[in-house]
Design a protein around this ligand. Structure first.
Ligand code: ATP
Ligand code: MG
Length: 653
């Protein structure tokens, strides 16, 4: 893969050195890279000592049957004990584990001691329902404390959980229940979304009418909204009845490090979702280490907020397992950023004195669209580290985030990783790295990643290619649930001995890594490879554009033609000249070859639960095809709106 316009993504030349006070007190310094380079496995063995092991592992990595890794295989631990009990035993029982903020404005702070009691009771409740170590439990919940309690209770008794995003349809839920063969579902009557109670339990009932999900024997229901819900006697049980009457003490058993912890299905931006399997010891080691290193967490003083949904891997690794393993105080927010007003997030930052914020580029661009004046109304001075995940962050959004949220002072860490990698892999370190807006930059200590060409050879500095991971890492997926062959084919077949992540990337002149989006998303236009990310970034650098999604549609003359879907900033009205102006703007930024053939202003873009744009659906629209699988969209009506707009607003040469 060559990429003509690549250099343009890097036109943002500003550099941001770590602030002196962050560098002086950073959890991790440049020494970590040196230590890991000198002895990679020794480095990870050292990080595993962050955890409490019932039996200390003598082995670090067993790679005798690649790509099926075993980390710390002879060690035994209990994941929930590591996330909860040991902090209480260390005297931090009164520390808040979670500040919960409900969308209607109700709130509740759970200390580590309270969390321990609830997790213990929930563990007993699951045991009463017949759940044993190794049995899978499906969790279909809103963003409430019981969701975290449920996950930890499963971990405590060794029952792998499969969290299904609370906005998925009955079909999506049913196929995931069936694939994992879960016999128990934990849900709630509903949750608050956009100012109103939104039901969940009826979707579970519907899912359980599907033949594949018919083996579910118990549905445990948390009462959140109090709305009326259908009830099946003998199968459905109230959480507040079953859990509350259980003993408050529970003795955790230690499980082998390779005991399955959870199954999580990928977003499905590129095709049918895959059930990614993660195990215990290696996963917890890397999530704890990366959370400590990348966010520079000081558990005594920081208030950490990750805005992801728990139904996404970021919620698993950086709301639940990493932060709780580190004894962090976290914020859990139930609702949407604009309920009841566009400043809700900033109000929450102010209320809890949030010091570390971790969110997605799509959310940042949405806030840009709403206007700078909104965050300006709140006191955000507690913030000291900002993080981004989920997509390449365009330099425009990176700079805005730092300036308007971080008072032009805070480091921004752009973290690259995947459901499959389990934890952050490539990211600046806030006390070490001189940050380049738009780049994830450097593999973390202990991680081996590089960019290769079509033949698998490492590219020279200044060239583009495929992002690969060249050594196993502790939190790597172990397989695709029930499908070892698909695991091999999907990740390990393209380049001998290397994990291929599906993403295109470039190494700049310093050897820093810039993510360029999915290789499937690279367009071929009149013999030139052009990345969708770059054209999107050029469009968003126009003052009137808030968000852009670009796809290549089959074209008889040019192989593919660039089609752009754009959202205007601050509700600006579209006018006659805008499309021409945007095309000229892209031509100026990237060269005439990258000028979109069609530009369509839209109100919304199709997004997954993690805020990723579903380009494959936009490609279907641009090529007038029937839409592919839409089950992982947060809102499938968006596609109808876009299709309805298509014939009239498109601009053609
Ligand atoms: P599927 O694999 O089913 O298509 P998905 O890849 O969208 O789903 P996730 O595992 O949630 O599901 O997303 C991981 C992908 O997100 C990465 O492969 C990458 O394309 C993108 N990504 C995540 N973080 C970053 C980042 N900081 N910079 C660039 N891209 C990122
Ligand atoms: Mg993927």
């Amino acid at each position: 893969m060559t990429n003509e316009s690549l250099a343009n993504l890097m036109t943002e030349k500003r550099r941001f050195a770590p602030p002196a006070e962050v560098a002086a007190d950073a959890n991790v310094t440049a020494d970590a890279y040196r230590a890991a380079d000198a002895d990679r496995l020794g480095f990870w063995a050292e990080q595993a000592r962050r955890l409490h092991w019932e039996t200390e592992p003598a082995q670090t990595l067993d790679w005798s049957n690649p790509p099926f890794a075993k980390w710390f295989a002879d060690g035994r631990l209990n994941v929930a004990y590591n996330c909860v009990d040991r902090h209480v035993l260390a005297g931090h029982g009164d520390r808040v584990a979670l500040h919960f903020e409900g969308e209607p404005g109700d709130s509740r702070s759970l200390t580590y001691a309270e969390l321990l009691r609830e997790v213990s009771q929930a563990a007993h409740a699951l045991t009463e329902l017949g759940v044993e170590a190794g049995d899978r439990v499906a969790i279909y919940m809103p963003m409430i404390p019981e969701t975290v309690v449920a996950m930890l209770a499963c971990a405590r008794i060794g029952a792998p959980h499969s969290v299904v995003f609370g906005a998925f349809s009955a079909d999506a839920l049913a196929t995931r229940i069936e694939d994992a063969d879960a016999r128990v579902v934990i849900t709630s009557d509903g949750g608050y979304r956009r100012g109103a109670p939104s039901p969940l339990k009826p979707t579970v009932d519907e899912a359980l009418t599907r033949p594949g999900a018919a083996r579910v024997r118990s549905v445990l229901v948390v009462r959140r909204t109090g709305q009326d819900i259908p009830w099946t006697e003998g199968r459905d049980l109230w959480w507040h009845e079953l859990v509350a009457r259980q003993p408050e003490q529970h003795t955790p058993l230690a499980f082998p490090a390779e005991h399955p912890l959870f199954i999580l299905y990928t977003s499905g931006t590129t095709g049918r979702p895959k059930g990614i399997l993660h195990t215990s010891g290696g996963y917890l080691t890397q999530t704890a280490y990366t959370h400590h290193a990348v966010f520079d967490l000081k558990p005594e003083t920081d208030v950490y907020w990750c805005t992801a949904d728990v139904g996404w891997v970021t919620g698993h690794s950086y709301i639940v397992y990493g932060p709780l393993a580190n004894g962090a105080t976290g914020v859990l927010y139930e609702g949407t950023p604009n309920t009841p007003h566009n400043g809700r997030w900033w109000e929450i930052v102010q209320k809890y004195g949030v010091t570390i914020l971790y969110t997605a580029p799509t959310a940042i661009r949405t806030c840009m669209k709403w206007g700078d004046d909104i965050p300006a109304k709140f006191d955000l001075s507690s913030l000291r580290i900002l993080g981004s995940v989920g997509e390449p962050i365009n330099p425009e959004a990176w700079i805005w985030y730092r300036k308007h949220i971080g008072a032009d002072r805070t480091p921004v860490v752009d973290t690259w990783w995947q459901t499959e990698t389990g934890a952050i892999m490539i990211s600046p370190l806030p006390g070490v790295t001189v940050a380049k807006p738009g780049a994830a930059q450097v593999p973390l200590p202990g991680i081996a990643a590089t960019v290769v060409d079509d033949d698998g050879a490492e590219v020279a500095h200044g060239s583009g290619g495929y992002l690969t991971l060249t050594e196993p890492w502790p939190s790597m997926l172990r397989t695709i649930w029930g499908d070892d062959q698909r695991y091999l084919d999907t990740y390990w077949s393209r380049f001998e001995g290397k994990y291929f992540a599906g993403d295109g990337a470039k190494k700049d002149e310093d050897g820093d890594i810039w993510l360029l989006g999915r290789v499937d998303d690279v367009m071929l236009v009149s013999g030139h490879n052009i990345s969708t990310t770059e054209v999107e970034s050029a469009l968003v650098s126009h003052p009137r554009i808030a968000e852009a999604a670009v796809v290549g549609a089959t074209d008889p003359q040019t192989t593919q033609a660039i089609c752009a879907f754009v959202i205007l900033r601050g509700g600006a009205a579209e006018d006659e000249g805008l499309v021409d102006e945007l095309r000229a703007h892209v031509a100026k930024e990237l060269g005439p070859i990258a000028k979109p053939k069609r530009i369509l202003p839209v109100d919304e873009l199709p997004k997954t639960r993690s805020g990723k744009i579903m380009r494959r659906l936009l490609r279907d629209v641009a090529e007038n095809r029937e839409l592919g699988d839409v089950t992982t969209l947060t809102d499938s009506s968006v596609m109808e709106l876009i299709q309805a707009k298509l014939p009239t607003a498109a601009s053609e040469d």
